[in-house]
Design a protein around this ligand. Structure first.
Ligand code: GDP
Ligand code: MG
Length: 650
């Protein structure tokens, strides 16, 4: 297929509006998979199937024949590269990554739900990326529930995006109704790939087009690295989009950002959606490449792949060597939620390290550094795009690598300027241990300068039914938010925009919003820089000793309440010991809460379990097993589950 008959497009929508289902229909219609086969074919990670969400964008190539007799391109075959994108706000990085490889976006809105927060967010990402938009209203003819409101969706798309109601295609991804029109609209409206050479204009002068294609495919190779995952049998598998040039078996390729020597291409092909081996990939193609590289950490998503042999070094000091320019990369992934991850027991550290390394190759948006805790031993500090992202990471560690972790309280990354440093020098603080409160509050730094701590903020967009506005506003105020905008969207919907501390939305904001609005509100957010804030460290002490893994950073106004809460929960989680145990919470070193776990008395145990031998034996063996899953703080044993229980839902 010549490049003017290639279409690279993506489906964008709010979560559950039907992207994966529509992708399945496309696969079926182009006969890539049999009808009625496995559902949500592109969601291939086990965690995605379990949660029904799409986490990694997947590329798939389809051959589509234009069957419209009235069409100019009747009878011609098009190569459609479809990138399925995730819909959750945590993964907007993945969305912008997949959009970088596209020229068009199919904007899908569930006609029973209407325009939602992520519809708006992804629309703007697509607009920013300069994509042609093809709008469609899904679930338009729901037979099961008759509440589809296609006209309402058209009106909302007009008022939110200025989309002409006549352009909105009513479809059903479930039954396939109207889906053929969508593919036709993609063929007509989405331009062919813009190559670096910029020659592939749409034009019916066939020979000129063929020449243009040949030129682009003969140019030095430049391919965008869209994704890289680890396959236990084949090693690192890269998904690439070829912008210029051709990549063939046996070529030696390298990533520009990582430098170094090239490695040999052992296999390449397209995902259809199963991998289909091909002898070469040409300009405009999206496909996979397997090289002999053993070094799984070297692939950087967003990097440009090239052939080092295409570059010629400058000769004899004079003259210019030929250098290949990198392609513009993606918006870099910025972790927003940080957590310490530790093995359940110390001897599992090496296994955890190997698992984390592999997973990070698959998900370049996770940041990792080493961290050692007094309570939990050696582990890692990881940065995630959000809590759901962190959860998915834990689950994948467990399911794909059989590695269970103890995770510490999630925290955002604060910025601190100590009074003894120049006014412009801020330090990132993404763990409680990294904050030096004494130094921050010491007086009389340079010229009497005061220390400053700032917290990251987001601008949130919330869409909710008009009658739920009161409850949503109340929640935003409780989360220290300030209102930016309050606008009507269509007849019975409201769009609210709030500036909120990132820490306040990171944990349970979304759940809380859903429960206050019976699930009708949706929200999305974007970075809004930093603002000064009164952040303090909250420590938890067991018999006077601070448990570093239980420390957290929080706003002063919320510290005492949270401290009391944690003490109460730790008291519940601690097994009784032979002596009394004091559990305390301290804010900036000052105790604000205390609970006491009274000592266990031997005769009490005897009474409880007396007589029943088998039960006693079971208890003993459970205790032995349990010892491995305990951490000793001073003279107190704390079970791992206690950490997990305390830290998961704060
Ligand atoms: P995604 O999150 O956008 O990928 O959405 P999915 O494709 O996973 O679909 C979410 C839910 O909506 C699934 O239960 C689908 O079966 C259902 N669904 C998708 N399209 C249609 C449709 O056209 N009609 C009906 N009735 N249900 C649909
Ligand atoms: Mg999906």
């Amino acid at each position: 297929v010549p490049s003017h008959r290639i279409r690279n497009f993506s489906i964008i929508a709010h979560v559950d509006h039907g992207k994966s289902t529509l992708a399945d229909r496309f696969l079926e219609m182009t006969r890539a998979i049999p009808a009625g086969g496995r559902k949500q074919y592109l969601d291939r990670l086990p965690v995605e199937r379990a949660r029904g969400i799409t986490v990694k964008a997947q590329g798939v190539s389809l051959l589509h024949r234009d069957e419209r007799e009235e069409s100019e391109s009747f009878g011609q075959t098009f190569l459609l590269n479809l990138v399925d994108t995730p819909g959750h706000a945590d993964f907007s990085f993945e969305v912008s990554r997949s959009l970088a490889a596209c020229d068009g976006a199919l904007l899908l809105v569930d006609a029973t739900q209407g325009v939602q927060a992520q519809t708006i967010a992804t629309f703007y990402l697509a607009l920013e990326a300069g994509l042609e938009i093809v709008p469609a209203a899904n679930k338009a003819r729901r037979v099961d529930m008759d509440n589809a409101d296609v006209d309402g969706v058209k009106e909302q798309m007009l008022s939110a995006f200025g989309i002409d109601p006549d352009d909105v295609l009513p479809i059903s991804a479930k039954t396939g109704m109207g889906c053929a029109d969508v593919l036709s609209a993609v063929v007509d409206a989405v331009p062919p790939p813009r190559g670096g050479a910029g020659l592939a204009e749409r034009n019916d002068d066939a020979s000129r087009l063929a020449d243009a294609d040949a030129d682009r495919s003969d140019a030095p190779l430049r391919a965008l690295l869209l994704d890289c995952h680890y396959d236990p049998y084949r090693g690192a598998v890269s998904v690439v989009q070829i912008e210029d040039g051709t990549i063939r078996m046996g070529d030696s390729v390298a990533g520009m950002a990582q430098g170094g020597r090239g490695s040999e291409v052992l296999e390449l092909g397209m995902m259809t959606p199963e991998p289909l081996k091909m002898p070469e990939l040409r300009a405009g193609h999206v496909g996979y490449v397997i090289t002999g590289s053993r070094d799984v950490k070297s692939a950087i998503v967003g990097d440009t792949l090239y052939k080092p042999s295409d570059e010629s070094p400058a000769k004899g000091g004079g003259g210019l060597g030929k250098k290949i320019a990198p392609l513009p990369g993606f918006r870099a992934a910025k972790p927003t939620v940080f957590q310490g991850l530790f093995p359940q027991s110390g001897d599992e550290f090496e296994a955890l390290r190997a698992a984390v390394e592999r997973l990070v190759l698959n998900d370049a948006s996770v940041s990792v550094s080493n961290e050692t805790s007094v309570a939990l031993g050696p582990g890692f500090r990881c940065g995630f795009l959000g809590l759901l992202h962190a959860d998915v990471f834990h689950q994948r560690l467990r399911e794909e690598f059989d590695a269970d972790v103890v995770a510490t309280a999630p925290t955002v990354s604060y910025r601190v300027r100590y009074p003894d440093t120049p006014e412009t020098s801020f330090e990132d603080v993404a763990s409680p241990a990294a904050l030096d409160e004494k130094r921050l509050h010491q007086s009389g730094g340079r010229g009497g300068a005061k220390g400053v701590i700032e917290e990251p903020m987001v601008d949130a967009t919330i869409i909710c039914p008009a009658d739920a506005v009161g409850k949503v506003v109340e929640l935003c105020v409780d989360r220290r938010g300030s209102q930016l905008e309050h606008a009507q969207l269509g007849v019975d919907r409201v769009m609210l925009r709030y500036r909120l501390p990132s820490a306040e939305i990171a944990v349970d904001f979304s759940d809380e919003l859903k429960s206050r609005t019976s699930g009708y509100a949706t929200f999305d957010y974007d970075d809004a820089g930093y603002e000064p804030s009164d952040i303090v460290r909250l420590d938890i002490l067991v018999n006077g000793e601070a448990v570093d893994a239980l420390s957290s950073l929080t706003h002063r106004d919320k510290a005492a309440r949270r401290g009391r809460d944690m003490c109460a929960r730790l008291k519940e989680a601690l097994p009784r010991q032979l002596f009394e145990v004091a559990v305390q919470a301290a804010v900036s070193g000052k105790v604000v809460a205390r609970e006491t776990v009274s000592a266990m008395r031997k005769n009490v145990t005897a009474k409880c379990y007396g007589g029943d031998i088998s039960r006693k034996k079971k208890l003993l063996s459970r205790q032995k097993e349990g010892k491995k899953r305990m951490k000793r703080i001073g003279n107190v044993d704390i079970p791992n589950e206690a950490f997990a229980g305390l830290l998961s839902t704060q």
